[in-house]
Design a protein around this ligand. Structure first.
Ligand SMILES: Cc1cc2nc3c(=O)[nH]c(=O)nc-3n(C[C@H](O)[C@H](O)[C@H](O)COP(=O)(O)OP(=O)(O)OC[C@H]3O[C@@H](n4cnc5c(N)ncnc54)[C@H](O)[C@@H]3O)c2cc1C
Length: 380
């Protein structure tokens, strides 16, 4: 057992941290208010290899490990969780699904543009009435000759409006339940597909979240991703890995909030001394630092298992559950330590507090993570 990062991993962390401080930090509030980050950011992220972190070099990817992926997402989230969410969804959902289950032709068509950041990836599972119970989706894929015709709508899709490539799950055979759901890959702008309502969100506002509507959207049979009827089963594997990304995002957000709280506690004076001198504040900082370390270890362990090619359903759910709930507590204490200044937009505390809540909801709520863990424990 070796808990030390390699020299390359230390350099990677420093590089992404310096990038996030220089290229993102000055724009965090601007992007939050504009409900979108600047398009100029994508080529910059891509030049660091962050749009294709775990994908093969033959497609232009960076071929980094899952642990490296966590380091990258952590460092982006420490500065701007909204941008980190977009990078995680792009890498961990859309691009990963194509990489894991696409044919060689599909990989050659889509991966190079995705990993170069020429297009953002979107991934559509959730619907207005099918969130935690995603298999209850209503969107249909009907076979017509050699084609499939999609009808329905996906809700809460990251990059639903601005994504250039989308993976979408639809019911191809209603009689088969979970095994009657198939995945498809398509380009934004395919006739019959359009972006619907853009969500005006509490947090993670720099990341686009929109509805996507399909109306007689006709796709050649070659656009099916993976085998017919395997779309939902494959989705569960994509989510097992995707949750490691949300766990890393939680660690990074919590780290950013903790650092902001620690600096403020040392600067702010009340009763003639820095508030960091009060035990009540020290305990909050001590709890935050301890829980962040525990979250990081759980997250890296899940990533390490992924790197070994082992199944990590339980470990990734544990990492996501614990890290996201830790991040909520740390962001809450960050506001508390800032007092009234934690409630205004001049300090970063309020934004961490708004952004953090998504982490106990997206890619499976905390309740669903407990359900996944319990099923693994009980073998049910
Ligand atoms: C910013 C944002 C980005 C997103 N990006 C994407 C994306 O890119 N692609 C995508 O497909 N989806 C995306 N989602 C959707 C997200 O995955 C869902 O919101 C999430 O899975 C929860 O579904 P729901 O919102 O329908 O809540 P519901 O499933 O309606 O849950 C409501 C409440 O009931 C609880 N609950 C439900 N079932 C159970 C149960 N069996 N036991 C105990 N409690 C239960 C839940 O935990 C929750 O507390 C995104 C959501 C947001 C907010």
């Amino acid at each position: 057992m070796d808990f030390r990062p390699s020299e390359e991993q230390e350099i990677l962390r420093r590089t992404v941290r310096e990038f996030a401080e220089a290229e993102m930090r000055p724009h965090v509030m601007e992007w939050d208010e504009a409900q979108g980050f600047s398009k100029d950011l994508l080529p910059k992220l891509a030049s660091l290899g962050l749009m294709g972190i775990q994908f093969a070099e033959e497609y232009g990817g960076s071929a980094m490990s899952a642990v490296d992926y966590c380091i990258c997402i952590e460092e982006l989230a420490r500065v701007d969780p909204g941008v980190a969410l977009s990078v995680a969804a792009h890498n961990g959902l859309c691009t990963a699904h194509i990489n894991m289950f696409g044919s060689d032709a599909q990989k050659e068509t889509y991966l190079p543009r995705l990993v170069k950041g020429e297009v953002l990836g979107a991934w559509g599972l959730t619907e207005a009435n099918a969130g935690s119970d995603a298999a209850a989706m209503r969107t249909t894929a009907t076979r017509q000759g050699d084609c499939w015709v999609l009808n329905g709508a996906k809700a809460f899709i990251t990059h639903g409006a601005i994504g250039g490539v989308m993976v979408v799950m639809a019911v191809s055979d209603r009689t088969k339940g979970n095994r009657g759901i198939s995945a498809f890959v398509l380009e934004h702008g395919t006739p019959g597909m359009r972006a619907g309502k853009k969500e005006n969100k509490l947090g993670m506002r720099a990341s686009d979240t929109s509805e996507v509507v399909f109306q007689d959207c006709r796709l050649p049979g070659s656009q099916m991703l993976g085998e017919e009827g395997q779309g939902f089963i494959n989705t569960l594997q994509v989510l097992d890995a995707g949750r490691i990304g949300i766990a890393a995002l939680s660690v990074g957000l919590a780290q950013g909030a903790y650092e902001a709280a620690r600096s403020y506690a040392k600067e702010r004076h009340q009763f003639g001394q820095p508030i960091a001198a009060f035990q009540a504040i020290q305990w909050k900082l001590a709890n935050a630092a301890t829980e962040i370390e525990a979250s990081r270890l759980l997250t890296y362990r899940a990533a390490y298992l992924k790197d070994l090619g082992r199944r990590m359903t339980k470990e990734s759910a544990m990492a996501k559950l614990y890290s996201s709930e830790t991040a909520v507590r740390v962001a809450d204490d960050c506001v508390q330590i800032h007092g009234g200044y934690g409630f205004v937009k001049d300090y970063p505390a309020e934004k961490y507090f708004r952004d953090v809540k998504l982490l106990t909801i997206g890619e499976g709520t905390s309740e669903i993570q407990r359900l996944v863990i319990a099923r693994q424990l009980l073998g049910s």
